[in-house]
Design a protein around this ligand. Structure first.
Ligand SMILES: O=C([O-])CC(=O)C(=O)O
Ligand SMILES: [Mg+2]
Length: 248
């Protein structure tokens, strides 16, 4: 663990270059790095990619629903100032709406009409611990959003109220704080704390390179993967040497 930096753990703005790095490798490799750096409860359990093949690495703008009750409904009337639209209004390129509805699937978080705001803002997508509807419309009308959710559903909004934006939320058992990075592919979606994102990206990219390097060795030498996997420090040293020799 000698190469784990000491983080001061304050939230930071994650730049687009780091998002691009995180998108360039499998999410499983990023997950290993986040776990290695000390945040193992980072998996948004139960969520899947409803836009198969589409990767995500974007900064979280958060929204929390709460169970309906007359007082909370009165405090959060529908309309452009509702927390859901305030949260979506903060999303632009490189951002993702992250909605916590406590896995309730009897209320959808949004469909094609509400999500028009994300489309108009060129946001990257939506991550929902709960249900979404109108996915066919999103596809047919080319919304160009990554969609990760627990379920598709027909339900409208009978059980929960969009009550708070820009707060910390629980998405499938993982903490998401505003500005954290949601990283996903068809394997699933994880949370990278903003303050470790840059280091996680570099660490995971080198890991992915070493894995690709040992795959070439396994095939060339016709040996069982266990010969080189999981990669040992010697493989990292060898890869760094090879990279230098090849001028990479
Ligand atoms: O009615 C809802 O809650 C969501 C919906 O269908 C839409 O945004 O199009
Ligand atoms: Mg609709």
């Amino acid at each position: 663990m000698a190469d784990i930096p000491t983080f001061d753990m304050k939230p930071v703005h994650v730049p687009d270059e780091v998002l691009e790095k995180l998108k360039s490798i499998p999410t499983a490799t990023v997950y290993n790095a986040v776990r290695y750096f000390g945040s193992p409860l980072c998996v948004c359990e139960g969520l899947q990619n409803y836009t198969m093949g589409r990767k995500l690495a974007a900064r979280a703008k958060t929204l929390r629903f709460l169970p309906n009750r007359p007082d909370i409904m009165a405090e959060n009337p529908n309309g452009p100032e509702s927390p859901e639209y305030r949260a979506m209004g903060k999303c632009g390129p490189g951002d993702v709406l992250v909605a916590d509805i406590a896995s309730d699937v009897k209320t959808v978080v949004a469909g094609d009409v509400k999500l028009l705001q994300l489309k108009m803002n060129n946001a990257d997508g939506v991550v929902i611990d709960g249900a979404i509807r109108d996915l066919d419309v999103l596809r047919d009308e080319d919304y160009d959003l990554a969609v990760y959710a627990t379920a598709r559903s027909l339900h409208g909004g009978p059980t929960a109220t969009p009550a708070e934006e820009d707060v910390q939320v629980n998405i499938g058992g993982a903490l998401v704080r505003p500005g954290d990075v949601l990283v996903g592919d068809d394997d699933g979606v994880i949370v990278v704390p903003s303050w470790m994102a840059a280091e996680v990206a570099d660490h995971a990219i080198e890991h992915e390179e070493v894995e690709n390097y040992i795959k070439t060795k396994i095939e060339a030498e016709n040996v069982a993967p266990g010969t080189y996997y999981p990669p040992q420090p010697e493989s990292f040293e060898e890869w760094r040497r090879v990279k230098k020799e090849r001028g990479l």
